[in-house]
Write a protein that binds this ligand. Structure first.
Ligand SMILES: [Zn+2]
Ligand SMILES: [Zn+2]
Ligand SMILES: [Zn+2]
Length: 355
């Protein structure tokens, strides 16, 4: 049966249109991929071992002797750069534009984390230990920014594949230190605050919306209170759950969230990092088996540094495979149109994991 409904995100309150069955062809709404077999090492790649001098001076690396396994370097083509990222550009009376409009310098930092020395080792191919090392590197870099009191946000994300704006093949993650807040996080925090004060369907107060969502996803009951399948869960271990969000904005969207309430990603423990690596490896293996060589964006949403939203914000990872193009409804109306329900997406991902 085709699902056709407007679903509201329980935290942000934004609607998405789940509109199945609009395409005549099965999977006809999905963009084709361009499978390309990459070598283990590319002598022209800035990020491959042996070419360390081709990057700007290294910020930090996990290395032993001459061998490194995760490396952080400034982005050669940064979006945010220069200054300390904090100063507001003073309106210049000589320029009329600055009297009418507001602008500021695009200061800040834009670094790159080289996730593995191997040119072709994507997340689904990487062993758990190597995934853990890059997740731990994110944590340590993020923790290092805590001193910067006026930093508005640190965004960590990956763009893999051309359709996701990934311009370099070698697996890497981007790390942006921004002088302005990220509107996506602002929306989530505003929604989480409303939830916390009782503006939710159950009218319950003093609870984290994200904690409640994950409890619900792990124990779905129907209107009569009968437990049914956990039909959006994609992976689970003692510390984390991965699921397809109820109001998924894109086909095969996935969220990974810690079971214990935690606002700041950089508070993860040793054992949590190991379990996080495991769940990340599992979901990317499932995704790859379903859509070989798919492009995706992958991002970390954590509380802004020094923000004091510890009680009601809950960090998570979001994975958005790029399987469709946006149209006018998304662009001009901000209503995402998703041609596959998250239930069907989770079912397909789980099915494709069978040996
Ligand atoms: Zn490379
Ligand atoms: Zn929570
Ligand atoms: Zn989020």
């Amino acid at each position: 049966m085709n699902v056709r409904e407007l679903r509201q995100d329980p935290i942000t309150g934004l609607y998405v249109a789940i509109a199945e069955g609009r395409s005549k062809r099965p999977n006809g709404d999905f963009l084709p991929e361009n499978p390309k077999v990459l070598p283990d090492k590319d002598i022209e790649c800035f990020f491959c071992p042996g070419n360390e001098n081709a990057t700007p001076p290294e910020i930090w690396a996990y290395r032993q002797g001459g061998f490194w396994w995760v490396r952080g370097v400034p982005n050669k083509f940064p979006i945010f750069s220069g200054g300390n990222g904090l100063e507001q550009k003073v309106a210049d009376a000589e320029h009329d534009e600055n009297i009418f409009y507001n602008s500021r310098s695009i200061n800040g930092r834009h670094d790159v984390i080289v996730d593995t020395p191997r040119h072709n080792e994507e997340l689904h191919q990487r062993d758990e230990g190597q995934i853990r090392e890059s997740l731990w590197f994110y944590k340590e870099l993020l923790a290092g920014e805590r001193k910067g009191e006026q930093i508005k946000y640190v965004l960590i994300f990956k763009n893999r594949g051309e359709l996701a704006a990934g311009s370099l093949e070698h697996p890497h993650t981007q790390f942006i230190v921004s002088p302005i807040p990220m509107p996506e996080i602002t929306d989530e925090i505003a929604g989480a605050s409303r939830y916390f004060i009782g503006e939710n369907r159950a009218r319950i107060q003093g609870q984290c919306g994200y904690c409640n969502v994950l409890l619900h996803e792990l124990q779905v009951k129907d209107k009569q209170g009968v437990e049914s399948d956990r039909h959006r869960v994609i992976d689970e271990n003692p510390f984390f759950v991965a699921f397809a969000p109820y109001a998924s904005r894109t086909p095969f969207e996935m969220m990974v969230i810690p079971k214990m309430h935690q606002a700041d990603y950089d508070m993860i423990s040793d054992v949590e990092a190991t379990h996080l690596a495991r769940v990340v490896q599992n979901i990317f293996r499932k995704l790859e088996r379903t859509f070989p060589n798919v492009s995706y964006n992958f991002g970390l949403h954590t509380a802004p540094l020094n923000s004091g939203v510890k009680s009601h914000y809950h960090w998570h990872l979001e994975v958005a495979p790029v399987l469709k193009r946006d149209g006018g409804l998304e662009r001009f109306g901000r209503i995402p149109v998703n041609p596959i329900s998250p239930e069907k997406a989770a079912y397909t991902l789980n099915l494709n994991h069978q040996p």
